[in-house]
Write a protein that binds this ligand. Structure first.
Ligand SMILES: Nc1ncnc2c1ncn2[C@@H]1O[C@H](COP(=O)(O)OP(=O)(O)OP(=O)(O)O)[C@@H](O)[C@H]1O
Length: 578
């Protein structure tokens, strides 16, 4: 996504706007500090004159001291206020980005790499600080110092000022030429840092597979290549910055020598006093610092703008609109019915359809099992019920209401969903169980723990429910992870329970137990199971055979054994496996 420079500046303005008053305050303090330091050479000039004339110096020296100390204190305070504001801008940008990313639509997150998103949230936002901190803060006070010095230099000697302005023009042209490469280098560097994040996320996400495959070194060299790319771009940017700095320093030194020569000649002819030349040189020396700050600041602005563009790319992705609906606002507690009417769906505009003209009714209450070959579209049907995606055509309805006409959070609050991979989150077992229903009381938790046959596990764990189950649930077995996921879904007291292959990792005893749980739950709740196990299927009130994105047949086990060849094949294949 390409951005024009004015758009980037508008973005910067949108970050700055909420803090304009504090920035104004800090700038005002900086201005006061600069006024103090601008007055110093004039007082120094008066001191030189007083020395020449033999007048008393006490008052002038006291004034000079006040100006020096007071100016330094006020400048320090101003810089603190502005740096603090820059930190607040970074914090606000991070909060905004985190909220935006968590509210993104599922299809958008499918396309993005989590590691890159992480890097945009942590590292790119830090660069806003260089745009806000250095560019706005330092450059703001530097501009004041430069403008003030120029005005006072014009008052002292317009001719000498002409020389200085020529110097500033050289620096300006130099900076203008060097800024675009600095910005490009910074953008490339941040992109490469994002790639490092994405690669690390990939390796850490499949750490055991990496170890088992012996691919550590391959992963290291991929990450190293991205690190080197970031390094190269960083070094290129540093090179351009160095050239810009050298231009500024050379121009500053050159100006000093020219002013000394021309000024000395003017003192010799009597056109200028020595004290005026000293004051002028003091102003000139004072210009070097702020000009250096300006150059650094404009460089920082380039990195900041590059980062802001990467943040903006994410912030322009569409989000799910409505917020969470409180539990109380849920409509009823009875089992919900589900219906698909002529539903077709494709994941991308240019991809083949994954579902074709699916029409299916799942009555309220009871157990409906979805069976079919791998890749038939069963999980996709669940994703449409959860409204992770909207159908390309046709409607999906809950209790007869089109999902698109209900608040999204209300749809999700009605459903308990157990994913195929049943993720466990870092935290205690209780955190995991109550994740979707944090207000569940102890009794409710214990009941569901017993229902899902997790009591033994809880008794075995050193701190019971309050035991840390580790990052990604590594302390739990596959079967335990899946039962925790089922318990988590049940604690939400769903009107519709979606289990995606929930029994695939359970041993025979637990599977029988869980089957009893599912049967229990199905008495009051609609349960849809993507089933690969014969046991779940034979118990089901209704079995839906899905093949190639179509609903091929619907019926009971006995009826389908007679009427549907594919179903019979699936069942027979499983009997052979068993
Ligand atoms: N996020 C996605 N983006 C693009 N294509 C996808 C996505 N998720 C699934 N698919 C494709 O959609 C098709 C149906 O997948 P789905 O997961 O619904 O099948 P399934 O019947 O649940 O299979 P399984 O029993 O193996 O889990 C597959 O061809 C799959 O490659």
């Amino acid at each position: 996504m390409r951005h024009s420079a004015p758009r980037s500046l508008r973005l910067l303005a949108s970050h700055v706007r909420p803090h304009r008053w504090t920035i104004g305050c800090g700038a005002l303090l900086g201005l006061l500090g600069s006024v103090g330091s601008l007055a110093e050479p004039l007082v120094a000039m008066a001191v030189v004159d007083a020395l020449a004339e033999g007048s008393p110096l006490g008052g002038l020296l006291a004034l000079l001291t006040v100006l020096v100390v007071g100016g330094a204190l006020i400048t320090g305070l101003g810089s603190y206020v502005l740096q603090r504001t820059a930190e607040s801008m970074v914090a606000a940008a991070r909060e905004r980005l985190v909220s935006h990313i968590l509210m993104l639509r599922v299809p958008e997150v499918d396309r993005l790499r989590p590691g890159d998103l992480l890097s945009r949230t942590t590292s790119d936002t830090t660069l806003i600080q260089s745009a806000a901190g250095q560019a706005l803060v330092d450059s703001g006070s530097a501009v004041l110092a430069v403008v003030g010095s120029i005005v006072l230099m014009a008052w002292l000697d317009p001719l000498l000022l002409g020389v200085c302005l020529a110097v500033i023009a050289v620096i300006g042209v130099g900076a203008a030429v060097m800024l675009p490469p600095i910005r490009r280098a910074s953008e490339r560097s941040q992109r490469a840092v994002g790639e490092v994040g994405a690669l690390m996320e990939r390796s850490l996400g499949a750490f055991r597979t990496v170890k088992a495959s012996g691919t550590e070194h391959r992963e290291i060299s991929s990450a190293r290549a991205a690190v080197r790319r970031a390094w190269r771009s960083g070094v290129r940017g540093a090179g351009w910055m160095a050239v810009t700095n050298v231009t500024a320093v050379l121009a500053g030194q050159g100006a000093f020598l020219v002013v000394l020569g021309v000024g000395g000649a003017r003192v010799a002819t009597g056109a200028l006093d020595v004290s005026e030349l000293i004051a002028f040189l003091l102003y000139l020396m004072r210009l070097t610092g702020p000009i250096g700050q300006l150059v650094q600041g404009v460089g920082g602005l380039q990195s900041g703008l590059a980062a802001m563009r990467r943040i903006d790319e994410v912030e322009r992705l569409p989000v799910e609109r409505d917020g969470p609906v409180p539990r109380k606002a849920r409509t009823g507690t009875s089992a919900a019915s589900v219906s698909f009417t002529d539903v077709s769906f494709r994941y991308h505009d240019d991809a083949p359809p994954v579902l074709r003209d699916v029409t299916l009714t799942v009555p309220a209450g009871g157990l409906t099992a979805l069976v079919g070959p791998s890749g038939a579209g069963k999980t996709t049907l669940f994703s449409l019920i959860e409204r992770f995606y909207d159908p390309s055509s046709g409607t999906v309805a809950l209790d007869g209401t089109d999902l698109r006409e209900m608040p999204l959070a209300q749809v999700r609050s009605m459903i308990g969903y157990v994913e195929q991979d049943a993720p466990i989150m870092a935290g205690t077992l209780r955190d995991n169980l109550c994740y979707a229903a944090p207000d569940s009381d102890e009794e409710e938790v214990r009941r569901v723990v017993a229902l899902t046959r997790l009591t033994d596990l809880v008794d075995r764990l050193p701190d019971g429910l309050d035991t840390e189950v580790g990052h990604r649930g590594t302390a739990l077995s596959g079967g335990e992870r899946q039962r925790v996921a089922v318990a988590r879904a049940l604690l939400r007291r769903p009107r519709l329970l979606l289990l995606d292959e929930a029994t695939s990792q359970l041993d025979a005893a637990n599977e029988t137990a869980l089957r009893a749980v599912v049967a229990d739950v199905a008495r009051t709740t609609t349960v849809m199971v993507i089933a690969h196990r014969l046991s779940t299927v034979t118990d089901a009130d209704q079995i839906v055979v899905v093949d190639g994105g179509r609903v091929r047949a619907v019926g009971s086990h006995t009826a389908l054994m007679v009427s549907d060849g594919l179903y019979r094949e699936l069942i027979e294949a499983q009997l052979l496996d068993a």
